[in-house]
Design a binder for this molecule. Structure first.
Ligand SMILES: Nc1nc2c(c(=O)[nH]1)N[C@H]1C(S)=C(S)[C@@H](COP(=O)(O)O)O[C@H]1N2
Ligand SMILES: [Mo]
Length: 406
């Protein structure tokens, strides 16, 4: 058999195994063609996601959870939303991975292998709530372009890694440092290697917090590829876009980082409130820092049927960016009156806080349960949509579920 025919036969048998059936006229398949059945990858299998997850986009992959999938205290991989700005890098090898610290404000540019990071610096584990700045975007009117997230672009997993500040300190930080910016290995959608899909960062004070990690484990295991294997930045309380995946370089900057999606209107809000639909100049848009207070009812699932005369035990989580959640309430009369929920302390800073309440209904009929969190500065979630903005960020309106008592 000629080499080429042999290769073709081997490919065909691989295709057949993947499809689970003989490809009857396979020998006539033109070179370079792959069967259609293999061109439609199943994201649920590929990423190990729960069947109730919702695919918003496949180029790039963007997949969201639903409120009832987020019931666990620590979100399992199967229920974590996926947000990509570019193409997922291929062939990441933890054994060959390294991280370079550079930039105008580094004392000694330094490169660490992943093994060095793990052995040289103390390891820490924190539960961190990570929410996409665009979570809730689908409610804005006029609509904002971008993924139409409903409520499911948030998760709270447990992350293990080394503190970014320990690594920065080891390389040396000049006194004129103001910001860090990350660089990662994902490819721009255009496949142009000179373009980065995203390269964001945060001020030095945020980079230096205890919980800001260079993480290599998620929920006790290697981070799944889609969530940043083998090294990811974890920055609690701020838009998830600051938590860069597939990190191989961090620059210590002497000015606000100006990487992709740091400038223009990306991840920025109008510095002053604007009317719905109003055009806002780039220079009037301000970088989003701490995320606002928010909560989710994760049990029961919206649409639950309740027996008359029985109390319903509801539960969920609440979080408040850089702050803590101080109070949690629910309403069954469309926000006219509120009753308190019990709310736990976070297991560490930036972990979401679990709440519960026992709800009684006066009679048979349709109800909505609304949940409202208040942060430690006394700011509560708005009952209705907060300020419209051109990119549809920071919708922290109260979460509602429907129930029927019969
Ligand atoms: N390298 C890289 N990091 C990234 C992104 C990306 O596209 N590339 N997306 C960011 C955005 S916008 C979000 S919301 C989170 C999503 O994290 P997840 O996919 O692990 O849920 O990753 C952030 N980190
Ligand atoms: Mo995001």
């Amino acid at each position: 058999m000629k080499r080429r025919d042999f290769a073709k036969k081997a490919t065909l048998s691989t295709f057949a195994t993947l499809i689970g059936a003989e490809i009857v006229f396979g020998s006539r398949l033109l070179d370079g063609y792959s069967p259609l059945a293999l061109q439609d990858p199943d994201p649920f299998k590929m990423f190990n996601k729960h069947k109730d997850m919702i695919v918003l986009n496949d180029k790039p992959w963007n997949i969201e959870a639903q409120a009832h999938l987020l019931d666990d205290n620590i979100t399992p991989n199967s229920c974590m939303f996926i947000r990509n700005n570019g193409l997922v890098p291929e062939g990441n090898d933890a054994k060959k991975w390294s991280l370079t610290i550079d930039g105008e404000s580094v004392v000694n540019k330094k490169t660490y292998t992943l093994a060095e990071l793990k052995s040289k610096f103390e390891q820490h584990t924190y539960q961190v709530t990570i929410e996409c700045g665009g979570n809730g975007r689908s409610e804005f009117n006029p609509p904002a372009k971008g993924n139409q997230w409903t409520v499911g672009a948030v998760h709270c997993a447990s992350w293990t890694g080394v503190r970014l500040r320990d690594v920065l300190k080891d390389a040396g930080v000049k006194s004129n440092a103001v910001y860090i910016g990350y660089h990662a290995t994902d490819l721009h959608l255009s496949r142009d290697p000179n373009k980065e899909p995203i390269s964001r960062g945060c001020p030095m004070w945020k980079a230096n917090e205890d919980e800001t990690l260079l993480a290599f484990k998620m929920n006790g295991e290697d981070i799944p590829l889609i969530h940043g294997y083998p090294l990811r930045l974890i920055v609690g309380g701020w838009p998830a876009s600051v938590s860069g995946k597939w990190i191989n370089r961090i620059s210590i900057r002497n000015k606000v980082h100006d990487g992709a999606k740091m400038t223009g209107d990306a991840y920025r809000m109008p510095c002053k409130p604007v009317a719905p639909g109003e055009k806002v100049k780039d220079e009037d848009m301000c970088i989003i820092e701490s995320m606002p207070v928010k909560s989710l009812i994760t049990y029961p699932k919206s649409g639950a049927m309740i027996k008359e005369g029985k109390a319903l035990n509801i539960r969920g989580h609440a979080w408040a960016g850089d702050l803590e959640v101080a109070k949690m309430e629910y309403s069954i009369d469309f926000g006219s009156t509120w009753k308190s929920c019990s709310v736990e302390k976070p297991s560490n800073r930036f972990a979401w806080q679990h709440f519960k309440a026992s709800v009684n209904f006066p009679k048979k009929g349709y109800y909505e349960i609304w949940a409202r969190a208040t942060d430690s500065k006394g700011i509560a979630q708005p009952m209705l949509l907060p300020g419209w903005n051109p990119k549809g960020y920071l919708n922290n309106a109260c979460h509602r579920i429907a129930v029927k008592v019969s």
